[in-house]
Structures are given as structure tokens and as C-alpha cells.
Design a protein around this ligand. Structure first.
Ligand SMILES: Cc1ncc(C[n+]2csc(CCOP(=O)(O)OP(=O)(O)O)c2C)c(N)n1
Length: 365
């Protein structure tokens, strides 16, 4: 008997929970000026997240999926992308979207049920939130392959949750991108939960990163609450993909501190004491402590940032609430080149009853 293959999975962590550097940091991280924007982006994401939940609770937003606790994954990865790269997010990646330039009012429109919220004024080529689990991995593989065929130096960066790595689309998309050396990076935000299903019941593998081995690509695990480590690893993976080195799977270990969505109550299936323990590891305080150690952050800066983020989010909420209702016909007009006859009737009656089109709700009229 002989061994035909061996593999190992590395875990990367550069800053510990107390904000102390564990090893000599990569060049970018030795300059606090490069770290402050990461902190600001995580802080803004958290401010937005809390406001979105409040809006949902007061009936001004539909269901919302909080990114509380996961801010470092999105911020660290998106800050490593170039403008011309393409983001393919799941529904929980507001952090990455905000860094990419998606406006807060656009995100609110999406969560308010308005499809115009997917028509990003900033990153025009970024994909909208993907709610079906893992289908975006196949879309990303296709986009990455297109970049390769066209000779474009662009990378498709695809986010998913731990649960998504149990889906066929995940394996199929990863396998395709690996075989064709398509410029793609797969980022698994392993927040330990797929709604109420814990990580332990999700996959029998020791890590999710090792799923990359089956596809013949590199898999690496990173502390997803350490934005410096996430950013460092993402930069390497994205630039490797851009230069023809093929895809990488990054498993970012983090924790979902909130409910799955506003339609969920996580206290029904998990121990609040365990969640409390996870708060000690959360990413925003961790980078704040690091910046304070470096003497690169102050109480006054923190207060100014809190004020600035609240103002930014409040202005976006006003813009969102002032958005005129979408055209009733829109939901019929952009799916088919020629509207099927059955839907033509529905379109006509929808227009007839739409209040802002001069119709009324009286079914008998
Ligand atoms: C194809 C598909 N199957 C089932 C669902 C229902 N569903 C919504 S969220 C979710 C769990 C996803 O967990 P994970 O991939 O870990 O992402 P997280 O929500 O933790 O970010 C499921 C099964 C869905 N949206 N799409």
C-alpha cells in the first residue's frame, strides 16, 4: 500500500481577542492608516444592521438577515477586491456590499421588498443578494470563466454560509472553476449555524476548508473575527486567481451573534450563555483594541465615528422611506420578452387595482 495524496489545512489568525498581534503582521497591517478604514467599515455595517432590525420591528422593512458578528469577513474580503472584480453575495453580506459601494438606501430598498434595491448605482456588475442557498457558486464559476475567456483581469468573489457547502451547487461550481482555473474565490462565512442546524450536524469534515481538496484547489481556514487575517488571506487568494493561479476556498470561522433573520428566534434552539461567550471574540471590539494598543485610535475618534455612522444611516433611512413606490407593471415587464397571455390578464388587473395608478382596492368594481 502506498500513499497517493496527503493534505493539510492551515488556520490563520494574526490578532487575538485582546487586540494583540500574534506574529509579525503583513506589511499593510503595520500601518494603522490602512487599518482604520477597515474599522470604520465594520462600524458602519454594525450601525446599519441595528437600524435595519429596528425598522423591521416597526413594520418599515421586510424580513432582514443580520450580519452581527460577521462584519470582519465581508469587510476584510471586499477591501481586497478591485472595483472591476465582481461580488456574488449571499443574503448576509451587507458588510462586503457596503465596502463595494452599495448604498445603504439601496440595501434597505431590497430588504423592503423593492427590486430596485438590487440595481446598485455603485458596483454595477456586482450580483444581487442570493437567497437560494449556494446557487451563486455556479453563477460565480460562470462569471469567472467568462473573465478568463475574454482575457479580463477580473475575479469573481463568491460568499456563502457553512450550510451552503452541503449543497450540490457548491461542489459543482467549485469543481468547474477548479478544472478551468477560473479566477474565482469562494468565501465561506462559517457562522456555525444554518438557521437552527449547528455546524456539527452540517458536515462530518474537520474543517469546511478541506472541501477544496476534493476539487484540487487550495483551502485555508482563517479566524473570521480577525479582519487583518481575513484581509491578508483574501488579498493573496484574489491576486492568485487574477494571475491565473485558479480558485481558492477560504473558510472564515465566525459566529452569528443575532437571529438567523428577523423571522427567527434563536433562543429557542441555542444556549444564550454560549452566545455570550462568543461576544468576547467579536471583530469590531477586537480591531478597536488593536488600534488602541497602537495609539492609533482615541475615545474622541470613536465618538465622532459613532455620530457620523448614525447620521449616514439616518440619512439613508430617510431616502429609503421617501422612495416612491415601484411601478406596478415592473414585476411583469422584465421577466419575459413577450408576456404570456395568462400574465397579460394579470398585468391588466394589477394596473387596474394599483392605488397609485389610479385604481382602487374594491374587488367588486
Ligand atoms: C436552495 C434553498 N434551500 C433551502 C433554503 C432555506 N434556507 C434559508 S437560509 C438556510 C440556511 C442557510 O445556512 P448557511 O448556508 O449556513 O447561511 P447563513 O444563513 O448561516 O448565513 C436555508 C436552508 C433556501 N433559501 N434555499
Amino acid at each position: 500500500m502506498s500513499t497517493v495524496a496527503r493534505f493539510h489545512i492551515e488556520h490563520v489568525r494574526l490578532i487575538d481577542a485582546e487586540g494583540e498581534a500574534l506574529a509579525p503582521l503583513p506589511a499593510f497591517a503595520r500601518d494603522p492608516a490602512a487599518l482604520v478604514p477597515l474599522y470604520r467599515a465594520m462600524y458602519l455595517t454594525r450601525t446599519f444592521d441595528a437600524k435595519a432590525i429596528a425598522l423591521q420591528r416597526t413594520g418599515k422593512l421586510g424580513t432582514f438577515a443580520s450580519a452581527l458578528g460577521q462584519e470582519a469577513v465581508g469587510v476584510g474580503v471586499a477591501a481586497a477586491m478591485r472595483a472591476e472584480d465582481v461580488l456574488l453575495p449571499s443574503y448576509r453580506e451587507h458588510a462586503a456590499q457596503l465596502v463595494r459601494g452599495v448604498k445603504i438606501e439601496e440595501s434597505l430598498r431590497y430588504w423592503g421588498g423593492d427590486e430596485r434595491g438590487c440595481d446598485f448605482s455603485g458596483p454595477r456588475s456586482d450580483f444581487p443578494n442570493c437567497v437560494p442557498i449556494a446557487t451563486q457558486v455556479c453563477h460565480a464559476a460562470g462569471a469567472a470563466y467568462a473573465f478568463k475567456l475574454r482575457g479580463e483581469a477580473r475575479v469573481a468573489v463568491c460568499f456563502m454560509g457553512d450550510g451552503a457547502t452541503s449543497k450540490g451547487d457548491f461542489y459543482e461550481g467549485m469543481n468547474f472553476a477548479a478544472v478551468w482555473k477560473a479566477p474565482m474565490v469562494l468565501v465561506v462565512s462559517n457562522n456555525q449555524w444554518a438557521i437552527s442546524l449547528p455546524r456539527s450536524a452540517q458536515s462530518a469534515t474537520a474543517t469546511l476548508a478541506q472541501k477544496a481538496i476534493a476539487a484540487g484547489i487550495d483551502g485555508i481556514q482563517v479566524d473570521g473575527n480577525d479582519v487583518v487575517a481575513v484581509h491578508h488571506i483574501a488579498r493573496e487568494a484574489i491576486e492568485r486567481a487574477r494571475s491565473g493561479g485558479g480558485p481558492t476556498l477560504i473558510e472564515a470561522l465566525t459566529y452569528r451573534l443575532g437571529d438567523h433573520t428577523t423571522a427567527d428566534d434563536a433562543s429557542r434552539y441555542r444556549d444564550p450563555a454560549l452566545v455570550q461567550e462568543q461576544w468576547a471574540l467579536e471583530p469590531v471590539a477586537r480591531l478597536r483594541k488593536h488600534l488602541l494598543h497602537l495609539g492609533a485610535w482615541s475615545k474622541a475618534q470613536e465618538e465622532a465615528l459613532a455620530h457620523e455612522c448614525a447620521e449616514t444611516v439616518n440619512a439613508a433611512v430617510e431616502a429609503y422611506l421617501a422612495t416612491p413606490a415601484p411601478d406596478t407593471a415592473a414585476m411583469f415587464d422584465y421577466l419575459y420578452a413577450t408576456l404570456p397571455v395568462a400574465l397579460q390578464g394579470q398585468r391588466a388587473s394589477a394596473l387596474r387595482f394599483a392605488p397609485h395608478n389610479g385604481g382602487d382596492h374594491d374587488q367588486s368594481s
